[in-house]
Design a protein around this ligand. Structure first.
Ligand SMILES: [Zn+2]
Ligand SMILES: [Zn+2]
Length: 95
């Protein structure tokens, strides 16, 4: 019999995680699905990974906000253009 069955190595520090697979409460990151981790690396990774995830979300929010702002400017410009044309048509109607 070997004890190697299910022996897990931490992906960060290469130490055995002392767990054996997801069924044995292995430490996998819920955010990026990375792992397995030993307990101390899991703590470090979780903090790091959550921060990265938040940054990515914030970046996406900023991008969407800019898109919406840009669309708003475009709509304003089109509306102004349309109003100008209407006024021009009315002016030219008095012949
Ligand atoms: Zn580790
Ligand atoms: Zn992660």
């Amino acid at each position: 019999m070997s004890q190697n069955r299910g022996l897990e190595i931490c992906v960060v520090c290469a130490e055995p995680t002392e767990r054996a697979g997801r069924a044995d409460d292995s430490l996998f990151c819920e955010v990026c699905d990375g792992g397995p981790f030993c307990a101390s690396c899991f703590d470090e990774h979780s903090v790091e990974c959550l921060r990265k995830d938040n940054t990515a979300l914030r970046g996406e929010n900023e991008r969407l906000k800019k898109l919406v702002e840009h669309a708003g400017h475009t709509a304003d410009a089109l509306l102004a253009e349309w109003k100008k044309r209407r006024e021009g048509e009315e002016d030219g109607d008095g012949d």
